[in-house]
Each structure stands twice: as structure tokens, then as C-alpha cells.
Ligand binder design. Structure first.
Ligand code: EPU
Length: 430
């Protein structure tokens, strides 16, 4: 078993470079299926969710060539297989984008119901509603989403989303770019990765307008051709390092960011006592004053991101006073609270609300990362705590954070990876 072992109590100082955005990459890589030609995709994060999608594309028959550490060339000209291997699709949430992309290009797709972090129910009814209204038969049979266009091409339509959904908005965009006629998505999600996917598709010849607003218009085109595109920096990875320095104190220059995307996070960190200075594509974050309480409610963009909720909770556990955290996106995103309590945090959860009474000092403990952002939050808590924290189940963290241990080590954190002897032997043997 791999663990992260952290000796807490050190301030963070230095510079950290933010990688490409996970939630943009996991949509843009499947979008390559729509392109007839080679697309070069740059600034890809080195994380396990991305490796999995690249594996899936190869299994489907794509030619995937690594150009350098963060760039791949993908050629999907010769794909004929529309059945995504189950074992791969189940491991990630983003496998649902393969449904929209395969259906949009080939008129048919078979993809296992997606996996990903467990936040209670994660329905996909809005994806199905959108695809069906464009003329696809969509059934879930034996855990597999089977989608087939009734006529040769999907037909554009106006689709009102009953709930603001990142995944459904992107999935409908993917299926609509090659459809006949125009598609209008109303009550669309507005996250930066929605705009990034639209920019990628437009750079390959699609016609998408309004991404980043709540009405997106897609005029179907005959074909997308190759080109090159660079993925935006990861808003949540940047926010995680900003929260880490807010928790530990110190001063960190966070490079390769789009400060506009961070405003919703910055505002809250400032309320908590951090100072944040925007410097072009960098932000300088420092905390010297005591950590202060605040209230946070997560909402779709441009609200405070749910994917930063556990990390900000880690800071609030050590703030002066009592804070109220309200989860406005997921039904159950507090599974990590028991792990925080092991470290001495005082948190009461009632449904979507958590009341956090700040304590002067957290103490190191053995804890388990139950999902990706919860894992990042435990790292933050461990960095600020007194004593040693051992975090297990770190594969969740590696799904979404490139080189997190190395990046924190460079900032002066005392963090290391420990692989149990058995696993080490197995790795050597095989
Ligand atoms: N929802 C429905 N029906 C649907 C789709 C969603 O009721 O058909 C509900 C969900 O249950 C949830 C809300 O709508 O209550 C929002 O879900 P959304 O569809 O926006 O989430 P998602 O697309 O499955 C993405 C990110 C998540 C992030 C959410 C919200 C990816 C791969 N995942 O999930 O990221 O929390 O948007 O911003 O892009 C993470 O990176 O740690 C992560 C979990």
C-alpha cells in the first residue's frame, strides 16, 4: 500500500507551477474522437484519469503518440469500434463523455456507467434527456449505456437543462457539433472547462457560441479537422495550493494560472486572512495574520467550487471562531469529516451543512483519502497539523493532482511517499 507521510508544522515558501486542468482534459481528450485528422493537445496533466482516457482511446483504435511529457498527438481517423471496455470506463467519471463523442461521430456508443468519486447519487438523467432529444435511443442495460442515433445523423434541438450540470452540458456539446442543424443548451453550466472544450472544438472547425454563459448555441458542421490546442491551467489544483499556504502560513507564488478563474476562491481565502496578489498569469499568496472564520456555500461557477469545499474546510478547522459550510452541488460530500475528526477537528454535519468550530491546532493521525479532493484536504490538514499524518488510499489523489508530493516538497513541506515492502517487491517483480 502506498501512503503519504507528512510531518506537519512547516510553512510553505517558494514557487509552484500549475498543470493543465483535469476536468478540461478529461473532456477534450474524448473530443478528439470527433476530429477527422491529427489533433495535438498540449498542457495535458500527468494524472491517472488522463492515462486511463488515453488507454481507452487506444483500445478504440486511436493512434496516440506522445510528443513530450505534456503533449500528445491523437489521430482518430481510423476508429471503427464504439464499444468502450468496461473495466476502463467504470474507473472514471469522465467516461460519459465517450458516449457523446462516439454518438456524435459514429451514431452509436456503448460505455459502462461511469465511476469516479462517491458523493451519494450521481445521476446522468440530464445527459440521457439531451441525447434522446437529439434523436438517439439511449438505454442502460446491465450497467452499460447503449446509445444509437435513430437516423444517420443526430438532429439539433433546444435542450433545457433541469439542473446545472457540467457533465451534461459538455456531453450535449460533444454530440451536437456534428449534428444536423442547430442545438441550443439552456441553463448550461459555465465552468472554465466548458469554455475550454468549446474553444478546443471551435479550433478544430466546430461552431459553438455562448460557452461561459447559460445559453450555448451549437451549429452542426459536416466535419472537424485536425489542429493543435493547449489546455487551460487547473483552477482547482491552483486553489488547492492557495488553500495549503493559507493553512500553513508562508508565501507561495502560484504560476501558470488564469486569475479570473480563481476569483471565487481568492475572495474566500482573503476573508480567512490570506493576502492574494494577482501578477499576470501568477498569483502570490501569503498568510501572516491568524486564520479567521468564514461561511462558504458551494455553487456552480462562478460560485465557490464544490471541488474546493474539503480543502477550505481543512483551513476552517484551524480558524478562530465557528464557520458554516453549505454544500450546494452534491448530496453527500462530507464523507471525509470522520478523518478530520481523527486529527482533532470539531465538525458537525447536518445534511448539506457542516458547522466547523475552529481549534487551535490539529494533530497528526492515520487517515484515509476517501476521494480526490478529500485526499487533498487531508494533505492540507496534515501540513498544518502538529505531528505526523499518514494518508492511505492515495490513488484517489493521484487521479487528479500531478506530482503533488514533489510540488509540496519543493515548497518546503516535509512529505514523502512510503510504499509498503510487499507492494515494493511486487512492483520490482512485475
Ligand atoms: N446531476 C443530475 N443529473 C444529471 C447530472 C448531474 O441530477 O444528469 C446533478 C448531480 O447529482 C449534482 C449536480 O447535478 O448534484 C452537478 O453535477 P455535474 O453534472 O455538474 O457534475 P459532473 O459533471 O458529474 C463535474 C466534475 C466534478 C465536479 C462537478 C461539479 C468532471 C469529470 N467532474 O462532475 O469534479 O464536482 O462537475 O462542478 O468534470 C473533482 O474534480 O473532484 C470532481 C468531482
Amino acid at each position: 500500500m502506498t501512503k503519504y507521510v507528512i510531518r506537519g508544522g512547516k510553512q510553505l515558501h517558494g514557487t509552484v507551477d500549475i498543470s493543465g486542468a483535469k476536468n478540461a482534459a478529461v473532456a477534450i481528450l474524448p473530443a478528439a474522437l470527433l476530429v477527422d485528422g491529427v489533433c495535438r493537445i498540449e498542457n495535458i496533466p500527468q494524472i491517472s484519469d488522463v492515462s486511463l482516457i488515453l488507454n481507452i482511446l487506444q483500445e478504440l483504435g486511436a493512434d496516440v503518440r506522445t510528443v513530450n511529457r505534456t503533449t500528445v498527438d491523437i489521430d482518430c481517423s481510423h476508429i471503427r469500434n464504439v464499444q468502450v471496455p468496461d473495466v476502463l470506463a467504470r474507473k472514471i467519471r469522465a467516461s460519459y463523455y465517450l458516449v457523446g463523442a462516439l454518438l456524435g461521430r459514429f451514431g452509436s456508443a456503448e460505455v459502462a456507467l461511469p465511476g469516479g468519486c462517491d458523493f451519494g447519487g450521481r445521476p446522468i438523467d440530464q445527459h440521457i434527456k439531451g441525447l434522446a432529444s437529439m434523436g438517439a435511443d439511449v438505454d442502460v442495460v446491465g450497467g452499460i449505456i447503449k446509445a444509437k442515433a435513430i437516423s444517420e445523423r443526430l438532429q439539433g434541438n433546444t435542450i433545457y437543462m433541469d439542473i446545472v450540470s457540467v457533465g451534461a452540458t459538455m456531453n450535449i456539446m460533444l454530440s451536437a457539433v456534428l449534428a444536423q442543424g442547430s442545438t441550443i443548451i439552456e441553463n448550461a453550466a459555465k465552468e472554465p472547462h466548458i469554455v475550454d472544450l468549446a474553444n478546443f472544438l471551435n479550433s478544430m472547425g466546430a461552431s459553438i457560441m455562448g460557452a461561459g454563459t447559460d445559453v450555448i448555441k451549437i451549429r452542426g458542421v459536416e466535419k472537424l479537422s485536425g489542429g493543435s490546442y493547449s489546455i487551460i491551467p487547473d483552477q482547482i489544483e491552483a486553489g488547492t495550493y492557495m488553500a495549503a499556504v493559507t493553512a500553513t502560513g508562508g508565501e507561495v507564488l502560484v504560476r501558470n494560472v488564469i486569475p479570473k478563474h480563481l476569483e471565487c476562491i481568492t475572495a474566500k481565502l482573503i476573508e480567512m486572512g490570506a493576502e492574494v496578489e494577482e501578477l499576470g498569469d501568477k498569483v502570490l499568496v501569503r498568510r501572516t495574520a491568524p486564520l479567521r472564520r468564514t461561511n462558504v456555500k458551494t455553487l456552480p461557477y462562478p460560485g465557490f467550487p464544490t471541488d474546493m469545499q474539503p480543502q477550505v474546510a481543512a483551513c476552517l478547522c484551524m480558524a478562530q471562531g465557528t464557520s458554516i459550510l453549505t454544500e450546494g452541488v452534491w448530496d453527500n460530500r462530507y464523507r471525509y469529516v470522520d478523518e478530520f475528526r481523527r486529527m482533532g477537528a470539531r465538525i458537525q454535519v447536518d445534511g448539506k451543512v457542516a458547522v466547523i468550530e475552529g481549534v487551535e491546532q490539529l494533530t497528526g493521525a492515520n487517515v484515509e483519502a476517501c476521494d480526490l479532493r478529500a485526499g487533498a484536504a487531508l494533505i492540507i490538514a496534515g501540513l498544518a497539523a502538529h505531528g505526523i499524518t499518514e494518508i492511505s488510499q492515495v490513488q484517489h489523489i493521484e487521479r487528479g493532482y500531478e506530482d503533488i508530493v514533489q510540488k509540496l516538497d519543493k515548497l518546503g513541506a516535509d512529505i514523502r511517499v512510503v510504499i509498503s515492502p510487499d507492494e515494493g517487491k511486487a512492483a520490482q517483480a512485475g
